[in-house]
Design a protein around this ligand. Structure first.
Ligand code: ATP
Ligand code: FE2
Length: 336
């Protein structure tokens, strides 16, 4: 007996080379990630690209094994086409095109941010959420309106996860810094005032980052500050900014559901704050299950299935990567 039709999704926008296999009904059969961890400093696109190039075939093999199927059972290839690091996006696009042509099956390019929202809708079983997507590379408040995932608020400079990771690095904590800063913050209930910058519906984290860095670097404060207090204040300020913008977007859109996703969604304090304002507005609050909140191939596979079912695959000429494409540029034919 033939299984339900299967899509293989390839995530390759940044750290993660992820492969997910999902059937056309939305059941995930495998989820395999290979994550590049920088030894020091930030992400070097060329190093990430090399790691992805070395590992892609073993990741695909592992995913097929997990799904107990062969590459010949795959009916659709989806890949992350935008936005992300150019050299890294190209690896996923190349592998996807190769598989699509070798196997003679359709290919669909997916916007990474839309993938995050669609896997959230699927896994949390919700229809029409306001989404707060917070990760190393993104900080976006979005909701569906006029055939698109409109962006209501976003960062003007640093993404939230990147800001926290950079601060962690300064104080000697290894990547990823988010969970370590969360732990330090739990040990403090003291708030040191730090710059809170919301402009219209957009956020700016660079002033906050610089001020927190000054606190830990300045000898003058050497005896006064406690790292736990700085970590707590950094989180409190950044999360209050995110909460303010999310709440205003919720009041404006009057959505009945709020979805929290991206790697930073793992943070309990942030979950608590967004849950609180959601409930204040009578909206249902959901956090995407953490294995699907960070970057993964299943989200790409699922968004690929949705597009394929609505309007078929992409032509090869339409599969060029676009490292900057905004999700509000893309029409969503599978939603009314
Ligand atoms: P994207 O390509 O979508 O920007 P990414 O490459 O940053 O994603 P993710 O797995 O979505 O990958 O997110 C990783 C980020 O999540 C890192 O910045 C990490 O520090 C942060 N993070 C993980 N756990 C926590 C936590 N408990 N608290 C705060 N931040 C966290
Ligand atoms: Fe992501």
């Amino acid at each position: 007996m033939k299984m339900a039709r299967l899509a293989l999704g390839i995530e390759s926008t940044a750290h993660t080379f992820g492969v997910g296999i999902i059937d056309f009904e939305g059941e995930v059969h495998s989820l395999v990630n290979d994550i590049f961890v920088p030894e020091s400093g930030g992400l070097h696109p060329v190093q990430v690209k090399e790691q992805h190039l070395s590992n892609f075939s073993s990741i695909i093999e592992k995913a097929l094994k997990e799904a107990k199927c062969s590459i010949k059972d795959i009916d659709l290839i989806a890949f992350s086409q935008s936005p992300g690091l150019g050299p890294v996006l190209k690896v996923g696009a190349l592998v996807a095109r190769m598989l699509s042509q070798l196997l003679n099956i359709p290919i669909v390019g997916v916007n990474h941010c839309i993938g995050h929202i669609e896997i959230g809708r699927l896994k949390c079983n919700i229809e029409d959420p306001l989404t707060l997507y917070v990760s190393g590379g993104n900080t976006i408040v979005s909701a569906f309106e006029s055939n698109r995932y409109q962006i209501f608020g976003e960062t003007l400079d640093l993404p939230i996860g990147n800001m926290i990771d950079s601060f962690a690095r300064i104080v000697g904590l290894s990547h990823p810094g988010g969970p370590k800063i969360e732990k330090l913050a739990l040990a403090s209930d003291k708030y040191i005032p730090l710059p809170y910058v919301v402009k219209g519906m957009d956020l700016s984290f660079s002033g906050l980052f610089t001020a927190a860095r000054r606190l830990v670097e300045s000898k003058k404060y050497g005896k006064q500050y406690d790292l736990n207090d700085v970590a707590n204040s950094l989180q409190e300020t950044a999360f209050a900014m995110l909460t303010e913008v999310t709440e205003r977007a919720l009041a404006h859109t009057e959505k009945q559901e709020v979805l929290l996703t991206g790697g930073v969604a793992a943070n309990k304090k942030l979950q608590e704050m967004i849950k609180y304002i959601s409930e204040e507005h009578g909206a249902r609050f959901e956090v995407v299950p953490l294995s699907y909140a960070g970057d993964n191939g299943a989200m790409i596979a699922w968004a690929g299935v949705l597009r394929y079912q609505a309007e078929g695959g992409h032509e090869l000429s339409e599969t060029k990567i676009n490292s900057k494409e905004r999700m509000d540029n893309i029409k969503i034919p599978w939603r009314k």
